[in-house]
Ligand binder design. Structure first.
Ligand SMILES: NC(=O)c1ccc[n+]([C@@H]2O[C@H](COP(=O)([O-])OP(=O)(O)OC[C@H]3O[C@@H](n4cnc5c(N)ncnc54)[C@H](O)[C@@H]3O)[C@@H](O)[C@H]2O)c1
Ligand SMILES: O=C(O)C[C@H](O)C(=O)O
Length: 351
């Protein structure tokens, strides 16, 4: 028994050993880098390791922000690209493209209502990626995430370069919020809370699995109901508090930087990195679904199976699936309409 334990320990150490990891550094492009999320996210990524080029793209002038960030005493360079025609050069040969471009909600709006304004971002970025960095990982912060990701998938598919393991909707903010609210309730550090949040990124589609919380969650059913509702409505809490000046930016930058760090560690070959994200999925009847994923050298390495849930959680999953199914359909329809309208985008491959 002791010998077995010893062998297991040795193999774990070998797997995590730094000499097994690639020394690769990466080009990361941020689209929408001049915005409320884009700027702090870029700063956090500049402060971390592993990025040889941080390419900042926005419709607005980016020179000032890029120069400012280039003085941070970290290795790697910052490049800037402004305007629609500079999107392709910005993402050219990127290993990872993170999209924080698009309108945020105003008080009283639902995320779905942003599709009319932000759907084009998904189409344009997916088109540029198809041409300039078809192998890149592509991660969307832009709302409505539940529709934007299926829309981008459709464009990548039509362009013949779709790899479902490389496309993500970033839902880390839901996990970050869950960790914080639970940590505060249990009077422990949020750093020590682990909880999967599955489904999607809007209202009832955001489902924290309290039954899987580590350490075990001690609140009763009423507390779980109340906290689930708070997590589902946390975005709206910020939108209301900002009173017309946008939605979550700083906590999103924190969450986005964490997700990017995990993606890059996966690309480097580190093992056992698990994050929840909204991706093409076969775990349920919904074509896109957020769940815990093991990340690796090619994006998603492995889908963790859905755990055994409480009966309340199972009911909540049954309720949210038709919503994410409908959201995915809307996203795909939006993309197909855009592609049909703009015949310059690979017209011959349209079915
Ligand atoms: N996934 C999440 O958890 C989450 C959390 C918070 C916000 N969001 C979403 O992130 C998006 C950005 O929010 P924000 O607060 O940073 O908004 P913002 O208005 O502050 O910034 C958006 C930036 O995108 C730029 N932009 C718009 N269209 C562009 C295009 N086609 N190409 C390049 N740049 C473009 C704008 O010029 C602006 O600088 C919103 O859609 C918001 O709803 C998602
Ligand atoms: O709520 C929003 O509109 C922004 C974001 O999706 C959030 O959860 O904070």
């Amino acid at each position: 028994m002791l010998l077995l334990d010893g062998l297991k320990l040795l193999s774990n150490i070998a797997l995590a050993a730094p000499w097994r990891l690639s020394r690769r550094t990466f080009k990361v492009a941020i689209v929408g880098a001049g915005g409320g999320i884009g700027q702090p996210l870029s700063l956090l990524l500049r402060s971390g390791p592993g990025i040889k080029e941080l390419a900042l793209h926005d419709l607005v002038e980016m020179k000032g922000i890029a120069t400012d960030l280039s003085h941070v005493s970290k290795s790697g360079m910052v490049t800037s690209f402004s305007g629609e025609n500079m999107l392709e050069p910005a993402v050219s040969c990127a290993d990872l493209v993170v999209v924080a471009a698009g309108m945020p909600r105003l008080p009283g709006m639902q995320r779905d209502q942003l599709m009319a304004a932000n759907g084009q971002v998904a189409v344009k970025v997916a088109t540029a990626v198809s041409v300039a960095c078809p192998e890149a990982l592509l991660a969307f912060i832009t709302n409505p995430v539940n529709m934007i990701v299926p829309a981008a998938a459709e464009v990548l598919k039509v362009n013949g370069i779709y790899d479902p393991c490389r496309l993500f909707g970033i839902t880390t903010l839901d996990v970050v919020r869950s960790e914080k609210f639970i940590g505060d309730f249990m009077k422990i550090s949020p750093d020590n809370v682990k909880i999967p949040v599955i489904g999607g990124h809007a209202g009832i589609t955001i489902l924290p699995l309290f039954s899987q919380c580590q350490p075990e969650f001690h609140g009763d059913k009423a507390v779980i109901k109340e906290m689930t509702h708070r997590i589902q409505e946390a975005g709206t809490e910020v939108v209301k508090a900002k009173a017309g000046k946008g939605s979550a930016t700083l906590s999103m930058a924190f969450a986005g930087a964490r997700f990017v760090d995990s993606l890059l560690r996966g690309l480097k070959g580190e093992k056992g990195i698990v994050e929840c994200a909204y991706v093409a999925s076969e775990l349920t009847d919904a074509p896109f679904f957020a769940s815990p994923l093991e990340l690796g050298k090619d994006g998603i390495e492995r889908f963790l199976p859905l755990p055994t849930m409480s009966s309340t959680e199972e009911e909540a999953v049954a309720k949210l699936i038709p919503v994410v199914q409908e959201n995915a359909k809307e996203g795909i329809d939006f993309a197909r309409k855009c592609l049909e309208e703009s015949m310059e985008v690979f017209p011959s491959s349209l079915p």
